[in-house]
Design a protein around this ligand. Structure first.
Ligand SMILES: Cc1cc2nc3c(=O)[nH]c(=O)nc-3n(C[C@H](O)[C@H](O)[C@H](O)COP(=O)(O)OP(=O)(O)OC[C@H]3O[C@@H](n4cnc5c(N)ncnc54)[C@H](O)[C@@H]3O)c2cc1C
Length: 300
């Protein structure tokens, strides 16, 4: 069955489908074994076609953004990672409405909004996400998040239906967005506020500078590893437990921000996972607080 599917996918997507592609090339941590296939779709029709073909073959698939919140296991992913480009990677403006394909870069959207003097997205400066990933995870920082900006989301629902849903119909919480199970974000419209370009740019730069001073942005990380527990900060707890610098292989608890784990070279997904488990255990022993991962573990 998978041999047939491979032929079908290769026939339709050509070089945009790579079989056995190491996910370490597509995650910000730089770890992860091969995906059975990593495929780029360029429009909604291709996304529908690919998802339907996988469903018919009983093969798993998963949308992939910039891999900036993913820990893909060393054994890889036994299905199709679907990346969005082409028409699904574009950004445009209509008045204060920013239209983005799911594959568009969030940093590009932040810069476009700033250039046009549209306020609301400055908090996202420095988050290396795709628009689709940011919507799906409800990315947020400095008191802002995607959910509060999202006017509409275009979704591909299992079965092949594409629908445009109002943002307020998709419940959201801290780093969480309820999308219909198995659905993919194809694009979104963000409602921004007219302001002055100088003011939006000043705020974007100030928040980016703040991030640079507090986070190891030059290192290979996946941002915050754990969610902040109610009323506290995961980074504060990890630092107070004396865990900065703790290492498993090349996976190291960052000395810049304790809630970040850096891949200092050749860390494996297993090293990072083992460090995550150790940190959670030690914080539990020290403070009786259960830390929940913010990063998503896939394929282990
Ligand atoms: C240096 C650094 C700083 C960071 N700072 C922040 C921060 O301040 N705030 C914050 O919230 N996060 C932060 N992150 C984490 C990360 O960038 C966010 O979680 C981001 O939203 C993930 O986007 P992505 O495109 O990389 O998604 P991926 O990591 O590729 O995927 C994450 C999840 O979203 C799903 N997904 C991706 N695309 C789609 C789609 N089109 N439709 C449906 N589901 C999809 C994936 O299947 C997966 O389940 C940071 C990461 C780094 C490396």
């Amino acid at each position: 069955m998978t041999a047939e599917l491979k032929k079908l996918i290769a026939g339709r997507l050509g070089a945009r489908a790579r079989f056995g592609e190491p996910m370490s090339r597509h995650t910000t941590w730089g770890v992860g074994g091969p995906a059975w296939c990593l495929a780029r779709v360029n429009d909604a029709a291709e996304a529908v076609w690919l998802a339907t073909a996988c469903d018919a073959a009983g093969l798993a698939y998963k949308p992939l953004g910039r891999g900036s919140n993913l820990l893909v296991g060393d054994a890889g992913y036994p299905g199709v990672m679907i990346r969005m480009g082409g028409e699904l990677g574009k950004l445009s403006l209509e008045g204060s409405l920013l239209r983005a394909g799911a594959g568009a870069p969030l940093p590009g959207a932040v810069r476009l909004a700033a250039r046009q003097g549209l306020a609301g997205l400055e908090w996202a400066a420095g988050i290396p996400a795709s628009l689709g990933g940011a919507v799906a995870t409800n990315a947020g920082a400095h008191g802002g998040d995607m959910a509060e900006l999202t006017a509409t989301v275009s979704l591909l629902i299992p079965g092949g239906e594409v629908s445009r849903v109002a943002g307020n119909q998709l419940p959201a919480g801290y780093r969480r967005r309820s999308l219909p199970p198995g659905s993919m974000v194809l694009g979104a419209e963000l409602k921004l506020k007219p302001s002055s370009a100088a003011e939006v740019e000043r705020r974007r730069k100030a928040l980016l500078d703040l991030r640079r001073s507090r986070q190891p942005l030059a290192a290979r990380t996946a941002g915050s590893v754990f969610k902040n527990p109610p009323g506290d900060h995961a980074g504060r707890l990890i630092e107070a437990a004396g865990l900065k610098g703790l290492a498993v292989g090349d996976a190291v608890v960052s000395r810049v921000h304790a809630n970040f784990i850096e891949n200092r070279g050749r860390a494996s997904a297993g090293d990072i996972l083992s460090l995550i488990n150790t940190v959670a255990l030690k914080v539990m022993e020290a403070f009786s607080v259960r830390l929940e991962p913010e990063v998503e573990v896939v394929g282990v």
